[in-house]
Design a binder for this molecule. Structure first.
Ligand SMILES: Cc1cc2nc3c(=O)[nH]c(=O)nc-3n(C[C@H](O)[C@H](O)[C@H](O)COP(=O)(O)OP(=O)(O)OC[C@H]3O[C@@H](n4cnc5c(N)ncnc54)[C@H](O)[C@@H]3O)c2cc1C
Length: 431
């Protein structure tokens, strides 16, 4: 068996791995991407890409191609119970439209772009082991033999083999709030380039046109009802849609193609994400509640900061590289921290607490704050800058007057919010 040698081996070739490989190969590094999948192939996930992620796809030179495959999404309706926000200028407000592309389309374009940039792509090749020398990772083992590298990147998703083999433990785990049920529909009568995102009663929603002229509709159902959902997906999906009649009407105007998909198992986590000769990016290092649809844009965002760290670190040599990767891991935690808890709250099972409903109602009633909320969802503005303590107190005071019969609930909600905020004040320090 031969031993190949590269500057960087990337395990996993989707939005995290392929986009990192594009940057590293363009910087002149010898990069090899291994993925056990045979592309084009899907991952069990819905796939709305936030404008911040689309802006990165534009920078990588993939946007023009992707935009010929689906409708760019500039308009949308965001509903949280009685709060409703309409927008029609995502490109102008957030710097890019949204896109919604099935992963067999998105990831294949990214991987082809990585190959064009000069990365060597080895699909249908599983990484099964790490090569180690003197406590340092120096490559990987694959079915085709060992491959040596100065750095191994685990971009291999939530069940990361690299993380397991490197002993990267999880911290700040959160349980799943809902399970996601979704389908694709043909011939729907939907407005062009429009997304529906919401949470009504006990259901969450995401729906928009996707590639191939299809319409994707997702209903998120509380985890307590998992057995019921798995026993009858169409019934659970239909029941959820009834909570949002206007979306229900759009879905009903088309015809479902294929079965309804379900992801019944997931949890939120951070993982130790750097060590001697290795680093984790994308879901391999961190996963948050999918309700606000951040994962793809987050993976792309992480690679924009990781790539220059790798390029400079490899020039500087092993000890500096390892230090720089540890600092990058610390940045990743700080960058993801506030959104992690925001996503957890947005996706939590059960109806939204009364105080949060009141806060969101006030956000929706104020055009400036509504725009801020869209910027929060786009990871441009931290949630704490919109949901400030004075704003929450004003909402609480107003609700205590108008909802006299519910004062105990409101005060209990306020207590929970304060305790939560204190617990989640700061991300842990990367060690
Ligand atoms: C139910 C659900 C809904 C979601 N909805 C959205 C959404 O609407 N919008 C959004 O932005 N995000 C969403 N996400 C999150 C998003 O799917 C992830 O954040 C994103 O896929 C992360 O990409 P990645 O490249 O890090 O990992 P992945 O996409 O998981 O790719 C990992 C790759 O590694 C490969 N691999 C794994 N192990 C090995 C090995 N040992 N050897 C070789 N290759 C290996 C796999 O084959 C795979 O191709 C959702 C997630 C879930 C679970």
């Amino acid at each position: 068996m031969s031993t190949d040698e590269f500057d960087v081996v990337v395990v996993g070739g989707r939005c995290a791995g392929a986009s990192l490989a594009i940057r590293l190969a363009r910087a002149g590094l010898r990069v090899c991407v291994h993925d056990r999948a045979h592309f084009p192939s899907d991952v069990p996930s819905t796939h709305g890409i936030q404008p911040a992620g689309v802006a990165i796809l534009r920078e990588l030179g993939c946007f023009e191609r992707l935009a010929t495959l689906t409708e760019p999404i500039n308009r949308g309706t965001l509903v949280v119970d009685e709060a409703r926000i309409e927008f029609d200028d995502a490109d102008e407000l957030l710097g890019a439209p949204m896109l919604n592309l099935r992963r067999h389309v998105l990831d294949t374009v990214l991987l082809e772009t990585a190959a064009e940039a000069g990365a060597e792509i080895r699909t249908r090749t599983a990484v099964t082991g790490l090569l180690q020398e003197h406590g340092r990772v120096v490559g990987v083992l694959t079915g085709d033999g060992p491959v040596r590298a100065r750095l191994v990147v685990g971009a291999d998703g939530a069940r990361s083999t690299v993380a397991r083999l490197a002993g990267a433990e999880e911290y700040r785990r959160t349980p799943p709030g809902r399970l996601f049920v979704w389908g694709y529909f043909e011939g729907t009568d939907h407005p062009t380039g429009h997304v529906w995102l919401g949470r009504i009663g006990d259901h969450g929603f995401l729906a928009s046109p996707t590639d191939g002229g299809c319409f994707m509709a997702v209903v998120a159902v509380s985890m307590e009802r998992k057995a019921e959902v798995l026993a009858d997906r169409p019934a659970a999906f239909a029941e959820g849609l009834r909570d949002w009649p206007e979306l229900d009407a759009v879905v009903a105007s088309g015809r479902r193609t294929g079965p309804l998909h379900v992801v019944p198992e997931w949890h939120g986590y951070f993982r130790r994400s750097a060590g001697p000769g290795w680093v984790l990016v994308g879901d391999a290092g961190h996963f948050k509640d999918p309700t606000p649809g951040q994962g793809i844009a987050d993976a792309l965002r992480q690679t924009t900061t990781l790539a220059p760290v790798v390029v400079r670190g490899l020039e500087a040599g092993a000890p500096d590289l390892d230090d720089a990767l540890r600092r990058w891991w610390s940045w990743r935690d700080r960058d993801a921290w506030a959104m992690y808890w925001f996503a957890r709250d947005l996706g939590a099972a059960g109806p939204l607490p009364l105080l949060q409903r009141e806060v969101l109602r006030r956000v929706a009633a104020d055009p400036r704050r509504s725009r801020h909320l869209l910027q929060v969802l786009n990871h441009d503005v931290p949630p704490g800058r919109l949901f400030t303590v004075p704003f929450a107190l004003t909402a609480l005071a107003g609700a205590l007057v108008t909802k006299k019969g519910q004062r105990t609930r409101l005060l209990r909600d306020a207590g929970t919010v304060v305790a939560d905020e204190l617990r989640h004040l700061r991300p842990p320090r990367a060690s």
